[in-house]
Design a protein around this ligand. Structure first.
Ligand SMILES: *Cc1c(COP(=O)(O)O)cnc(C)c1O
Length: 389
C-alpha cells in the first residue's frame, strides 16, 4: 500500500536508470522515453555535462539566501537576457510559480504607474498555467478548479481561436493577455505566428501587457529558443520552467526593463529560487542549447519527424486525425480515446503521454538521435497496424 495520496493515477512501472533517450525499468526492460518527464529533460537522462556541473557545484555550495549575490544566478540571468527579448529575470522553482510571478509582475507594473485598477488578466479557457490557486483560475478549467473555491477573481476567458470574444474582453481594467504560445496540456494547439503578431499589435493599441507562457514550449523545444520567435515579436513577460533545468527544478520569469522596474525590493521572492546548485545546472543546460548548430539540428530532425508522422497519418486516416505541434512538441490527435494506444506504444517500449482532445504527446529530448526517431516511427506504425479498420 502506497503512503502517497491518490492524486495521480500512476502506471505500475518504475525506472532504475536512464541514459539519453532511454529509460531502464526495475523489471529489466528498456524504453524509448519520449516523455522525458514532460518536456523537462531537455538533454535526455544522465547527460554527462549536467552530471559534471551538478557534481562540481555540489562540492562548493548548494544553497544560500537571495539576501546575497549568487554569481551562478547572475550568470544564468545574463545568458537569458543576452539571448532573448528579456532585460531582467526572477528565478523560481517551477512553472506554476513562474506563471504566478508573471501575473504579479503585470499587476505590479500597472500599480507602479498609478493604475492599480488595471489588474485583470485575459486567458484562454482550458489552457494550462500550473496548479496553484491563481494558476488554476487563470486556466479556468472546470476539472482543475472544481472543489477549490472560492474562485479567484481577476481572470477573464475566451475559447481558443475566438478572437471576437477576446477583443470584447479587453476593458479599462485589463492588465494583460496571458497565453501559452503552444498549448501543451490542452492538446498541442499552436497559436500561429500571424496571430501572435496581431496579439502584440492589439496589446500595444490597448496599452496592455503580453504574457507568453513558454514553460512547456520554450527552451529550444520548438526549434527556436522561444516558440514565439517565429512571430518576430517582443512579449513583455515570459514565464519559463520545465526544460531550463534539464531535470532539476528551475522556474523563472523573464521580462522587459519597462515592467521589471516595478519589481522593487520586497515585491517578490523565493527561498529556494535561484540557488547555486539549480543555477549551475541551468547554466550547463543553456551552454549546450546555445551551442552553434544545436537548435538548427532540432529544427532539421524535428521537421523530418513531422514529415514521417504525417505520412503515417495519411496511411491511417481512420486512426489519426492530424499531427500537431512544432519542433519536438508533437501531438498525434486520434479519432478516438488515446489511452489504449498509449498503452500499446508502451507495450512496444515507447513512452508517450496524453494531452487533451485525444492527443498523444511526443516529447523527445532535444538531442535525440535520428535512429531513435526512426525507432519511434516504426513502433507507432506497428501499433497503427494492430487496429483493424
Ligand atoms: C507544466 C506547465 C506549467 C506548470 O509547471 P509546473 O512546474 O508543473 O508548476 C505552466 N504552464 C505551462 C504551459 C506548462 O506546460
Amino acid at each position: 500500500m502506497s503512503a502517497l495520496a491518490k492524486n495521480y493515477n500512476r502506471k505500475k512501472i518504475s525506472f532504475k536508470k536512464g541514459k539519453g533517450s532511454y529509460l531502464y525499468s526495475t523489471n529489466g526492460k528498456k524504453y524509448l522515453d519520449f516523455i522525458q518527464g514532460i518536456a523537462v529533460n531537455s538533454l535526455g537522462h544522465a547527460n554527462p555535462n549536467l552530471i559534471k556541473a551538478i557534481n562540481k557545484q555540489s562540492k562548493k555550495v548548494w544553497h544560500v539566501s537571495n539576501a546575497f549575490i549568487i554569481p551562478e544566478g547572475e550568470k544564468l540571468a545574463k545568458k537569458l537576457t543576452q539571448k532573448t527579448f528579456a532585460d531582467a529575470v526572477i528565478f523560481q522553482n517551477s512553472g506554476t510559480e513562474a506563471t504566478e510571478a508573471a501575473i504579479k509582475v503585470a499587476r505590479r507594473y500597472f500599480y507602479s504607474i498609478g493604475k492599480p485598477n488595471k489588474n485583470r488578466i485575459i486567458c484562454i479557457k482550458n489552457s494550462f498555467h500550473g496548479r496553484t490557486i491563481a494558476a488554476i483560475n487563470a486556466s479556468g478549467s472546470k476539472k482543475m478548479t472544481e472543489g477549490f473555491g472560492p474562485k479567484v477573481p481577476g481572470f477573464d476567458h475566451f475559447e481558443f481561436g475566438n478572437h471576437q470574444k477576446m477583443k470584447k474582453l479587453i476593458k479599462k481594467n485589463t492588465a494583460a493577455i496571458m497565453v501559452e504560445t503552444v498549448m501543451g496540456e490542452g492538446g498541442i494547439k499552436v497559436i500561429p505566428n500571424w496571430c501572435i503578431k496581431e496579439l502584440r499589435k492589439l496589446c500595444n493599441k490597448k496599452g496592455i501587457l503580453l504574457i507568453l507562457d513558454e514553460v512547456q514550449c520554450g527552451i529550444g523545444r520548438s526549434g527556436k529558443f522561444f516558440a514565439f520567435e517565429g512571430a518576430k515579436v517582443k512579449p513583455d513577460i515570459v514565464p519559463i520552467a520545465k526544460g531550463i533545468g534539464g531535470g532539476f527544478p528551475i522556474g523563472a520569469v523573464l521580462m522587459t526593463n519597462k515592467v521589471a522596474k516595478a519589481m522593487i525590493p520586497g515585491t517578490h521572492g523565493s527561498t529556494f529560487g535561484g540557488n547555486p546548485l539549480a543555477m549551475s545546472v541551468g547554466n550547463a543546460v543553456l551552454d549546450q542549447i546555445f551551442k552553434k548548430g544545436f537548435l538548427k539540428n532540432v529544427k532539421k530532425l524535428s521537421s523530418y519527424f513531422h514529415i514521417e508522422l504525417n505520412k503515417i497519418q495519411k496511411q491511417f486516416p481512420q486512426i489519426i486525425q492530424e499531427v500537431r505541434g512544432v519542433g519536438y512538441l508533437i501531438g498525434i490527435k486520434l479519432l478516438f480515446n488515446q489511452t489504449k494506444f498509449i498503452q500499446q506504444l508502451m507495450d512496444n517500449k515507447l513512452l508517450t503521454i496524453r494531452a487533451s482532445e485525444n492527443v498523444i504527446r511526443i516529447l523527445p529530448p532535444l538531442n535525440v538521435k535520428k535512429s531513435e526517431i526512426d525507432l519511434a516511427l516504426r513502433i507507432i506504425k506497428k501499433v497503427c497496424y494492430t487496429y483493424k479498420i
